[in-house]
Design a protein around this ligand. Structure first.
Ligand code: CO
Length: 203
């Protein structure tokens, strides 16, 4: 079963070693990524490949719709480990145009559990209803919703206590919002980077 994938894996590992004999050995001891990527699970948006990074260089959390829900234990565990232990310097929230999760959030169809998962995207829509409904329905409107969703998730990350505490103790940490275009392979920076300045410090 899956012999093609196993064969591809062997060829990939051999290629890596041919380019750099110490590659895997260096990774055995520890990982020291500078980046945490919070992205969509969409197969067309592979985190490390898009930014051309090797194994060991980006810590990755992906889910449907690139959400950072403040009650999600999976996301919070990844965030805390990235900030407190790995001490990444950059957190990238990366959405993508044409996101099926964003579309499904607001198309009125019922799919089951995922409708609950996508609830935060409907909240973003409600919050920006006037702006969104002034945009042509369909793809243009959904693409703007993709951007607004990223901005909202950046705010979630930046206001999380793990990030707030890191800033309060002077740790270098930047939270960025990007959106990726499947059509041309390019990311755009949405210009909503949060850097430093704890707002909820106990000090
Ligand atoms: Co998506």
């Amino acid at each position: 079963m899956l012999d093609d994938l196993k064969e591809r894996n062997r060829r990939w590992a051999a290629r890596k070693v041919a380019q750099d004999p110490g590659f895997f050995q260096r990774l055995v001891g520890q990982q020291t990524p500078q980046y945490l990527w919070i992205g969509c699970a969409d197969s067309r948006v592979p985190a490390s490949e898009i930014v051309d990074l090797d194994p060991g260089e980006v810590f990755v959390h992906r889910n449907v719709g690139n959400l950072a829900p403040p009650q999600d234990a999976n996301y919070l565990s990844v965030l805390q480990f990235a900030v407190d232990v790995l001490k990444v310097k950059h957190i990238l929230v990366v959405g993508h145009y044409g996101c099926g999760g964003v579309g499904a959030a607001v198309d009125g169809q019922r799919r089951g559990l995922v409708d609950h998962w996508l609830h935060p995207i409907r909240e973003v829509y409600e919050q920006h209803r006037d702006e969104l409904e002034a945009i042509e329905a369909g793809r243009p409107r959904l693409d703007r919703l993709c951007e607004l969703n990223v901005m909202r998730q950046v705010r979630n990350v930046a206001s999380d206590v793990f990030v707030q505490d890191a800033w309060a103790r002077g740790q270098e940490l930047h939270v960025h919002g990007w959106v990726y275009s499947i059509a041309n392979g390019l990311v755009s920076d949405l210009g909503v980077t949060r850097t430093g300045a704890a707002r909820y410090s106990s000090k």
